[in-house]
Design a protein around this ligand. Structure first.
Ligand code: DP6
Length: 336
């Protein structure tokens, strides 16, 4: 069989990650190079499974996401990852077929683009027969979506901003694996509807108009070192302090944009208020929230009971659609 008629197909899975030190702002939009580093935890139950194939009967590049063909914008994002890999494998002329399924509502601020682009990178490299180092895969995933570079790794990962103009040194690296610390993460689902402004657009708008942006970016390095030290020492209250600070500084930067970007809703603030009440009663819990209204609660296993109970009341009140309980998750991988 010639190379051109051989079926090349692979399936991979990658998990969502939530940033504890936030990425918000780019120094290079085309290459998704960040203005500063970031640090995240990968989650177990929220993931994307993606099959990539280069087959003779593929007429054009196509991406089916959660059972539906995507529009040109989403396909173009995926091709930012596929193109360099198929060129390298001398398959540049071959249309790609991508079938991708999320366990999370797509684009609801639950980072499905991170797991999606990471799964796509791993599946495409495998379908192309390329055996690449995880950090190289991470830099490729970054081309699709910045935060995707962190989803290559299970447990805690740190994305170094890098200094090179070509972005080769801007990739994530694993810090501590999924067994390092038995944290629980509960997603408080304020809304599973698609968010209004994409992170890419939101970051561009914030950088162009927020007078706080330089201050946010300038505060990240210290937060990265503090978070890494807190995680290494399994110091929950130190991690809580830096993670809440990083999250709120990012939202302050967004709110200072003109016109302002308000991703959090009154229900999101209600959840944050409940976290403050839980903390006052001695629970080991803190919050984080990204470019959407949902709030993520990180807690120690012994505080899961009170967290569950408090969120269940919010579900009863109608303030939340529901909750999703997760734990630290694994590396991205090729599935058999
Ligand atoms: C708020 O990685 O989705 O979740 O690089 O433009 O694709 P692009 O943005 P994306 O931004 C994520 C922003 C965030 C914070 C974070 O995950 O660090």
């Amino acid at each position: 069989m010639s190379t051109l008629t051989r079926t090349r197909r692979a399936t991979a899975r990658a998990h969502v990650n939530i940033a504890l030190v936030k990425y918000w702002g780019k120094r290079d939009v085309a290459l998704n190079l960040p203005a500063a580093g970031s640090l995240s935890l990968t989650l177990d139950r929220l993931h994307t499974t993606t099959t990539v194939s280069f087959e003779d009967d593929n007429a054009t590049d196509a991406l089916i996401l959660d059972g539906r063909p995507v529009g040109p914008g989403v396909l173009a994002k995926a091709l930012r990852v596929v193109d360099p890999l198929r060129r390298r494998a001398e398959l540049a002329e071959r249309p790609v077929s991508i079938i991708s399924d999320n366990t999370v509502p797509t684009a609801a601020g639950l980072a499905s683009s991170a797991s999606g682009l990471a799964a796509l990178t791993v599946a495409t490299a495998a379908a192309c027969g390329l055996d690449l180092a995880p950090t190289e895969l991470s830099a490729l995933a970054r081309l699709g979506s910045g935060s995707a570079c962190r989803s290559l790794f299970g447990g805690f990962a740190r994305w170094d901003a890098g200094t090179r103009a070509d972005g080769i040194d801007s990739c994530a690296r694993p810090l501590f694996d999924q067994r390092h610390w038995d944290l629980r993460v509960v997603v408080a689902l304020v809304s599973s509807a698609k968010k209004k402004a994409s992170s890419t657009d939101g970051m561009g708008h914030t950088r162009a108009t927020s007078p706080y942006h330089g201050a946010f970016v300038g505060s990240v390095d210290a937060d990265l070192d503090a978070a890494e030290a807190a995680i290494g020492a399994r110091d929950f209250s130190a991690l809580a302090r830096v993670a809440e600070r990083s999250c709120l500084r990012m939202h302050a930067d967004m709110l200072a944009a003109d016109p302002p970007l308000a991703y959090l809703r009154c229900q999101s603030w209600r959840v944050i208020e409940v976290v403050r009440e839980l903390q006052a009663s001695g629970a080991a819990v803190f919050f984080s929230a990204d470019a959407g209204p949902n709030v993520k609660l990180f807690c120690l296993p012994e505080s899961l009971g009170p967290v569950r109970e408090a969120l269940a009341s919010l579900v009863d009140e109608g303030a939340l659609e529901g909750t999703i309980e997760t734990r630290p998750g694994p590396d991205a991988e090729v599935l058999p």
